[in-house]
Design a protein around this ligand. Structure first.
Ligand SMILES: [Fe+2]
Length: 346
């Protein structure tokens, strides 16, 4: 009989514990993926409990948020801020981003490449003051935290999406999907206008809400997800089709064709995706994400908020991912792509 590898044995032992975390893979976790337990309501129960705990955390975070932004989030699942920076400041920020050579990482998915640079406030302070000021902005951080429903530290990167590249396989992120079962935030601050033909971000307004129709759909997915042929779906990022949206009473996705200097923050447990592009495009943005264990009742006590750590979150996250990969506990999809301009073509 084959012996289980240490990482496999560890994963099996930790499987039930993962129920009280943000773990989401139906394929990799036999408890989360159990058809019997999900028929008894495990998946929907995890959603309901996460939502109850998140609601009280978000309520406390809401005291710092403009009522109009709170309303937009509640109704749509995203917040938009146009003309975020004064024009001179925005131009200075653009010069900092486009005028530098960056240590880049790349991940290819189908016909799209995501190029990313981990941003550390500590290292930007002297060389890129506008960028550092944006990352330190209390307003931006508070909005990201509100949408994520947690007071933890957002992680910022500089990002370019090169879409519409020649490939046999399509971009998997162009299929509408939910990232996970609980609120998380992703934010994009666009450094140039994004036109309809440039593969804009799309989001189904209101799809962050767990209506009875959505919970019914979630339950049905949870019974089949462990064996789903699409790996992303099997790992808990459920794909959704137009018929499903209609059955849940949801509208068509909104495409975020935006002007430069616009910030979009979305709760990506709502249905979203990149719009497919049929010609090569390159979108450059400051990107941030925030996700934390949804079952923690508190907003604070985030190790990433410790003074020494806070300024180095980007590179520390990268190092942690590399270590987890060495231990066989995570896959590192990013490949080093040398030092260079963020928008260099392929
Ligand atoms: Fe996504």
């Amino acid at each position: 009989m084959a012996m289980a590898t240490p990482s496999r044995a560890l994963r099996t032992a930790l499987a039930p514990l993962a129920l009280l975390s943000g773990a989401k893979s139906f394929r990799d976790n036999p408890v989360i993926g159990s058809r019997r337990l999900n028929r008894l309501g495990l998946h929907v129960g995890r959603i309901r409990l996460a939502d109850a705990v998140t609601a009280q955390r978000r309520w406390r975070l809401g005291r710092r948020i403009d009522p109009a932004d709170r309303r937009q989030y509640a109704e749509q699942g995203f917040v938009i801020r146009e003309n975020l920076l004064p024009p001179e400041q925005f131009e200075a920020l653009r010069r900092e981003v486009y005028g530098s050579a960056w240590p880049r990482l790349e991940m290819r998915q189908g016909n799209a490449i995501t190029r990313r640079v981990a941003l550390d406030r500590t290292h930007l302070r002297d060389s890129h003051p506008q960028l550092e000021a944006l990352l330190a902005s209390r307003e931006v951080r508070d909005l990201i935290r509100y949408v994520a429903g947690t007071g933890a530290e957002p992680i910022f990167s500089l990002q370019a999406i090169l879409a519409g590249l020649p490939s046999e396989r399509p971009d998997p992120q162009a299929t509408l999907h939910a990232d996970t079962f609980h609120s998380i935030a992703k934010a994009w601050f666009f450094l140039h206008d994004v036109a309809e033909s440039e593969g804009p971000f799309a989001y189904v307004p209101g799809s962050h809400r767990m209506t009875p129709e959505r919970l019914g759909w979630e339950r049905r997915q949870s019974l089949e997800a462990a064996d789903h042929p699409i790996p992303y779906h099997a790992r808990g990022s459920f794909r959704v089709g137009p018929d499903d949206l209609a059955a849940m009473g949801l509208p068509a996705p909104r495409r975020f064709t935006v002007k430069a200097n616009t910030l979009v923050i979305a709760d990506t447990r709502g249905f979203h995706g990149r719009t497919a592009s049929d010609h090569p495009t390159c979108r450059v943005e400051i990107y941030a994400s925030l996700r934390r264990n949804p079952y923690l009742p508190w907003n604070g006590l985030d190790p990433l908020a410790l003074p020494w750590v806070r300024g180095r979150v980007g590179s520390l996250q990268l190092t942690a991912l590399e270590r987890l990969q060495q231990l066989g506990l995570a896959k590192m999809p990013w490949k080093p792509a040398g030092q260079g301009p963020i928008d260099a073509g392929r």
